[in-house]
Structure formats: C-alpha cells, structure tokens
Ligand binder design. Structure first.
Ligand SMILES: [Zn+2]
Length: 284
C-alpha cells in the first residue's frame, strides 16, 4: 500500500498560527529559510528513496526558483498551496479563482511542469465554501487534498468522508482528505502537522497502519519549518500557538526518517490516479 507524502511549502513566518502577529506586508523584510529547508528535505527523501508532492505557495516560488527546479528535477511533484496562504473560506468565488490562477502561473513558470494538484491553506475547504471544489474543477485540476474530515480548533469539515470522493457531479476532480484514524468511533486527526511532532511516534504508526488495514492509502503532511530548530522565534504570538509551533523541532528529522522507513510513500498525483476509480460523488 503506497501512502501519499506531502510537504506544505511555506516559510516560518507564513503559518496560520502567526497570522495575527506577522502581517503579510512585513513578509518581505524577514529572513527566507524555506529554500535551505527544502534542500534538507530533498536529501532526506533521496536517502529514503521516496517521492513526494510539494504543495507550494506562489509567494515562495517567486523567491526560491532554484528550490522549485530542484523539486521537479529530483522526481517530485510540484503542486499549488495558493498564492499567500489566505484561507479559502475568506475569499469570494471570484477572488479564489484569481488566487488559484495566479499561483498556478508562477508555479508552472518556476518548475516547468503542469500543475494538477491543489491543497487549500489550513485545509480551508469545508461546509461553508463547497463552491471552491466547483472552481477547482472548472480550472481543470485533477485532484485536491484540502479537506480535514474532523473537528479541530482551526479547521475541519466533520461530515466529509474520510477517504477520497468526487465533490462535483459530472467532474473527474478527486478530493483526497488528510488522514484521520478512528478510536472508539471518534475521528482523530492523524495526517501530520503538530500532531506528528507533539505526540509520540507510535501514535502515527498505529494510525497509518489502521488506515492501511482498512485498505486505503494514508495522506501525511509536514512543513519545511518543522525540520528547522534554528528558525527565529516569534515572541508576540499567543502562547498556545508558540507551544504548538516549537515543540520537538529538533526531533522531527529523526521521526520523519522512521516514518519514511516504516511505510511505503509516493506522490499525491499517483495516489489520485489510484483513488479515482474507487471514489464516488459525495454531496452533503
Ligand atoms: Zn499551509
């Protein structure tokens, strides 16, 4: 069973948890670290012999062209994470269409490959903005991995299916939600991010194993800043955000190595091909 491996490519100051502390107009004055961190991740992936998908912000691609070329040249998929990490449910449909097209043009120019996959910033497609899938279908995307079918303090669409579905009638677009595990009938977020860093590794191994025993691929994600223990500290951010952001950064690379060795991993566009045949139309 090959599982989907993904990296959400944004810099240390672009995370949702800091959005009220560092505004977008200050981004250009901050130290760029994402290019070096992507280089470390590419070496880690080469060492483990795995390919992955890099969901990248247009803003990052504009400023890190060498990293974008390296992602493609080393056999990985370059895909879209929007332009500047604005959550999709804050857009009007027209604004979302514009953001998608802008990011795609930058990414296709930087990587020299067609962009066919999308992940919404902070999994921000849910019951409020189902129209977002219609726009992804209109723009010809093959797949999206933008739904967290769980309740979380920052995101979540609790009614959505746990596994791949077709969100738009008459379209081939596949939505591949991030992984959840079931414990006593409750869904737990188990696809990466803070959960992977903060909880013991055994939890992730159990959760991904459970999903595979259900006969489905897991979808795992992490961020370049999570393998960067030396990143600048954002002092003014809320305590809860700081705890979540900075816990266990120095252990992350070792944990990732175990994860890459314990399961089989591949690019999200390949997972989408396999999931397409078995996914049905789902409308809430
Ligand atoms: Zn993100």
């Amino acid at each position: 069973m090959v599982n989907g491996l993904s990296v959400d490519v944004e810099d240390w100051f672009q995370v949702g948890a800091f959005e009220n502390t560092i505004s977008r107009e200050h981004w250009d004055g901050l130290e760029l670290r994402v290019g070096d961190n992507v280089a470390r991740i590419l070496d880690l992936f080469d060492g483990a012999g795995v390919k992955a998908t890099f969901f990248t912000l247009g803003w990052v691609a504009e400023r890190n062209k060498a990293a974008m070329r390296a992602i493609v040249e080393r056999g990985h998929e370059l895909a879209s994470h929007g332009y500047d990490h604005t959550r999709v449910f804050t857009f009007s449909p027209a604004e979302f269409a514009e953001d998608l097209a802008k990011a795609r043009a930058i990414l296709e120019d930087a990587g020299g490959q067609p962009i066919t996959g999308y992940r919404a910033p902070s999994f921000s497609i849910d019951a409020r903005n189902r129209w977002a899938h219609d726009i992804l279908a209109e723009q010809g995307y093959v797949y999206s991995s933008s739904v967290a079918p769980v309740v979380h303090d920052h995101y979540g669409w609790r009614e959505a299916p746990r596994f791949a579905f077709r969100p738009v009638e008459g379209s081939e677009l596949v939505e591949i939600p991030v992984t959840t595990a079931l414990l006593k009938g409750k869904r737990l977020a188990a696809g990466g991010g803070g959960f992977f860093r903060v909880l013991p590794y055994g939890f992730s191994r159990w959760a991904i194993g459970q999903v595979n025993r259900e006969g489905r691929p897991a979808v795992f994600y992490f961020h370049p800043w999570e393998v960067d223990p030396d990143q600048p500290r954002v002092a003014g951010a809320p305590l809860r955000s700081r705890i979540r952001h900075y816990t266990n950064l120095s252990k992350m690379e070792g944990k990732l190595s175990r994860l890459l060795g314990d399961f089989a991993w591949g690019r999200m566009d390949e997972i989408a091909q396999g999931e397409k045949a078995r996914s049905r139309v789902w409308s809430a």
